[in-house]
Design a protein around this ligand. Structure first.
Ligand code: ADP
Length: 483
């Protein structure tokens, strides 16, 4: 098997070594070999990006729009093939993988339009004879560091706005999912960008960090991943000598779904099932805390358990599978550790939690989604991000307590409420301390053209996606012009 190479300065460059990309649904299946870049190669990528950036920034908006449109269309045309690759390397069921690939295509096409729409403001000055022009310029070289849980959508929502706004990119995907990243890079390599405007370096973030973050030519770093890594990265970005790097961090979540007495039970159960357990619970917007008022609690738990019994755990690419495997052995151990912890803290397992080292003769990281009841918001498993198919039901007396519990968390990415009262919905919409609020909709699952991001320990820096992405991927210039 020949390793897939890094893409640096417009050329495919093999790494000093390579890693196997393993299918979590069947760990005997090697998806491919992928290069691991050396630190020197990552510095080369940064240098290539720095050299190309002025040319890319000076390109006509139509050229950038055409390139992004080309990328979006090819992703769309190759949807089934890319979705299969995504399901194979990450373990997301095929239907969800298809949705993610489609979303990546939509993101590139949205930002094709943004390249043309970027504009400024012209304001009168407070002083006579002057006018004020406010324009946006590219930031420069941006390092994009992505996690494994959305192998194509998260890279898309960083790469597309970066390129649309005239930046040059060094993209470092998660070690576990280089397949989609490489396929995306290969498409971008044919989109007509100047050599060096887009670079792919694969491998360990820890090893390549000194180039991706500390290299003085990097103007900005956009990161999605764990809170611990995010904090470390931000500290480094400001500690380096000379100009500090701008940072955008998307990190953890402990998202509440509030179910109130007057909720439509079917809607609430559907939101909980999707939000907590789809994509094997491996979404930063997953509803890991189900905050349920006393009047509907028992009916809600019974109905949710009934729906959980209908889930089909299996190979992500097998038709009919609704829950795929956990992404790898490390994540599985973390999930199992929290399941044991929840039990020891006194929560009662109402469904699931069984680990299967093998299903239908296939060795994989299979875990039946786990639903805990009789849990409290002070239990550690309800406070720390697990990033797996584990959720706790927290019973509360009324809507006021539900709101207090929902907000009693270090995080603030997404929060949901299920109610049939317009007045209550409006109250929760205003009071929930989260970047995204969902009314009668799952906490996970967002549109590609509107801002994405959180509050508190979930996020740092400006929002991603939509036209708000310009806040991060451009710098503002204020010009005073005497007439
Ligand atoms: P996860 O639990 O999703 O793997 P991480 O924060 O460890 O979360 O990883 C998210 C991304 O950050 C990955 O692409 C990873 O390689 C990268 N990364 C991890 N550690 C560092 C680091 N010290 N510097 C830069 N990037 C890193």
């Amino acid at each position: 098997m020949k390793p897939h190479a890094n893409y640096i300065g417009g050329a495919w460059v093999p790494g000093p070594d390579a890693a196997e990309n393993i299918n979590p649904s069947d760990t005997r299946d090697v998806v491919g070999l992928y290069a691991r870049a050396s630190l020197e190669q990552a510095h080369d990528a940064v240098a290539a990006a720095a050299a190309a950036q002025p040319r890319w920034a000076a390109s006509l908006p139509q050229q950038r729009a055409d390139a992004l449109d080309f990328i979006g269309r090819e992703i769309e045309q190759r949807g089934p093939e890319l979705a299969d690759l995504l399901a194979r390397e990450e373990g997301k069921p095929l239907a969800e993988a298809r949705g993610e690939v489609q979303r990546a295509a939509h993101i590139f096409r949205f930002f094709a339009g943004e390249a043309l729409r970027a504009g400024g403001e012209l304001l009168p000055s407070t002083r006579a004879g002057l006018a004020v022009e406010i324009t946006r310029e590219p930031v420069g070289v941006v390092s994009l560091i992505t996690p494994w849980n959305f192998p194509i959508a998260i890279p898309a929502w960083k790469i597309a706005p970066a390129l649309a706004h005239g930046n040059a990119v060094v993209f470092k995907p998660a070690e576990l999912v280089p397949g989609c990243a490489w396929a995306l890079a290969e498409i971008i390599s044919r989109a007509g960008l100047p050599a060096g405007a887009f670079n792919l370096v694969m491998g360990s973030g820890r090893a390549l960090g000194p180039a991706l973050i500390d290299d003085a030519q990097v103007a900005a770093v956009s990161f999605t991943g764990s809170e611990a890594t995010g904090r470390q990265l931000a500290a480094r970005a400001v500690a380096r000598p000379g100009a500090m790097a701008r940072v955008q961090l998307e990190m953890g979540g402990k998202n509440p779904l509030v179910v109130l007495d007057d909720a439509d039970l079917d809607v609430a159960v559907a939101c909980a099932l999707n939000g907590a357990f789809f994509s094997t619970g491996q979404r930063c917007t997953a509803s890991s805390r189900l905050v349920v008022t006393a009047g509907i609690h028992d009916r809600f738990v019974d109905a949710l358990v009934a729906r959980l019994q209908g889930l089909v755990l299996g190979d992500a690419r097998k038709p009919g599978t609704t829950v795929g495997p956990v992404v790898d052995a490390t994540q599985l151990q973390q999930d199992l550790k929290y399941i044991a912890l929840a039990r020891s803290e006194g929560a009662e397992l109402a469904f699931g939690g069984q680990h299967h080292a093998e299903l239908e003769g296939q060795p994989g990281h299979y875990l039946m989604p786990a639903l805990f009841i009789h849990s409290t918001n002070t239990m550690r498993f309800n406070r720390e991000e697990i990033f797996g198919p584990v959720a706790g039901v927290i019973r509360v007396a009324d809507a006021d307590e539900a709101l207090a519990v929902a907000n009693d968390t270090a995080y603030g990415l997404s929060a949901g409420v299920c109610t049939t009262s317009l007045k209550t919905a409006a109250h929760f919409k205003r009071q929930l301390q989260a970047g995204m609020v969902m009314v009668n909709a799952p906490t996970a699952g967002v549109d590609p053209h509107v801002p994405f991001g959180g509050r508190k320990a979930s996020s740092h820096g400006p929002r991603e996606q939509g036209r708000y992405a310009a806040e991060f991927y451009t710098v503002v210039k204020t010009a005073y012009v005497a007439a």
